[in-house]
Design a protein around this ligand. Structure first.
Ligand SMILES: Cc1cc2nc3c(=O)[nH]c(=O)nc-3n(C[C@H](O)[C@H](O)[C@H](O)COP(=O)(O)OP(=O)(O)OC[C@H]3O[C@@H](n4cnc5c(N)ncnc54)[C@H](O)[C@@H]3O)c2cc1C
Length: 374
């Protein structure tokens, strides 16, 4: 027997991470009745744990549909942040200072040089710097730095602040947030018609699965067996006063993300450990080594915070966006390493589908069906 109905909505969203909340904001702004279901605290999982790097240049090194998606999302960021900040009354720490990828040895210098050639051939925005020019931009950078790629129009954001601000903005726009676990997606007559939540049934015209790394735990998800898996990332935060660095800097093994108050996030591990939470000695060793190789003076900085969480990793690292085989069931999951970067385009694309509009980008390369052939 069906559980008692506790709500009805135009759209029910499973998960109030950045993806679910951003989609809910878009739909609520368009006047749709949206219910967002979150089993813990909105934004408190992967979205709060992220470095907040917005870097198509490093993360999607080859031109193609994924790179184009990342660029389309980066282009939306300033306007989207302004909207979220105005609606939530919070600051999200968006800083468009560019990203550096530094070569700390000759082999990495060669890799960067050939990447720069490919990017230039496609007229993509990147500057090639020698070691001195990179240190002129970031005096705290290691004397070992042989050179760097400078992705001049890239940015970063305070992911933890953003992951709080977007649900607040969505709620103020009219979305309803309910606490509790979604057990399954209800399919009737071959279509998604709502969900069974721990407090009862929610009937809806459409369902959006945005449950991050836990997406395959929702019964009725309709995705291929290994479409999303957890990849743990550990992070350590160092405190520098005055701030030692300004820009996001990648090496070949990880990155540092400076905040304006002098905190510097060092990240992040990529670990296949299932849903085992924790910060480990080996993980800390890895991320601290990354930080100290990039900027040796960090050796003196106190460690002020550590954490870990789970990236929702897809087999090819690209997100799973749009409809699948079940009518009225839509996906906003599998964002892997780039869910912060991809939030605005996810919101616009999934929002458009649900509003009966044409999505701003071709979603075919991100369809769940691509994963069935793997
Ligand atoms: C250490 C680390 C560093 C990262 N750095 C970056 C970065 O610099 N830049 C970048 O772009 N990306 C980065 N990422 C990736 C990014 O954080 C993720 O891709 C993004 O946060 C995914 O958003 P989400 O909303 O899908 O997932 P989440 O934020 O995890 O949200 C999913 C939500 O669904 C809820 N949920 C799950 N199952 C259910 C259920 N059955 N019922 C109700 N609720 C449910 C969960 O509680 C959770 O709140 C990083 C990730 C990690 C872990």
């Amino acid at each position: 027997m069906a559980p008692p109905s506790i709500a009805t909505a135009d759209v029910v969203v499973i998960g109030a991470g950045l993806q679910g909340s951003a989609v809910a904001l878009r739909l609520a702004q368009a006047g749709r009745r949206v219910v967002v279901l979150e089993r813990s605290v909105p934004g408190a999982e992967a979205s709060s744990a992220a470095g907040g790097i917005l870097s198509p240049g490093v993360e999607a090194a080859e031109p193609g549909p994924f790179y184009a998606l990342c660029r389309a999302s980066l282009a939306r960021y300033p306007g989207w942040i302004a909207e979220v900040e105005a609606a939530s009354g919070m600051h999200a720490g968006f800083r468009a200072l560019g990203t550096l990828e530094v070569a700390l040895d000759d082999l990495h210098a060669q890799v960067l040089a050939s990447r720069a050639e490919r990017l230039h051939a496609h007229r993509l925005p990147v500057e090639v710097l020698d070691g001195d020019a990179a240190r002129a931009l970031e005096p705290g950078l290691s004397p070992e730095a042989r050179g760097a790629l400078h992705f001049t129009d890239e940015a970063s954001v305070d992911a933890r602040a953003l992951a709080r601000a977007v649900p607040i903005a969505a709620a103020r726009a009219g979305a309803t947030f309910l606490t509790g676990q979604v057990r399954r997606i209800r399919i009737e007559g071959g279509r998604a018609v709502g969900v069974d939540h721990e407090r009862g049934r929610i009937d809806a015209g459409a369902v959006v699965l945005a449950a991050g790394a836990w997406s395959l735990q929702v019964e009725g998800h309709g995705l291929p067996p290994r479409a999303v898996r957890p990849v743990r990332g550990q992070m350590a935060v160092l405190d520098t006063r005055p701030p030692l660095l300004r820009r996001v800097i990648f090496s070949g093994h990880g990155y540092v993300v400076p905040r304006p108050d002098g905190r510097i996030l060092c990240g992040a591990t990529m670990e296949e450990v299932g849903f085992e939470r924790g910060v480990t000695a080996g993980g800390l060793l890895h991320v601290l080594k990354v930080g100290l190789e990039i900027a040796p003076a960090l050796a003196q900085a106190p460690v002020v915070e550590t954490w870990s969480n789970f990236r929702p990793a897809s087999p090819d690292g690209a997100p799973i966006l749009g409809p699948g085989a079940v009518p009225d069931l839509f996906y906003a999951t599998g964002h892997t390493r780039n869910g912060i970067l991809l939030a605005p385009i996810t919101a616009d694309a999934i929002g458009a589908l649900l509003l009966g509009e044409r999505p701003p980008v071709d979603l075919a390369p991100f369809s769940p069906s691509r994963l069935e052939q793997r």
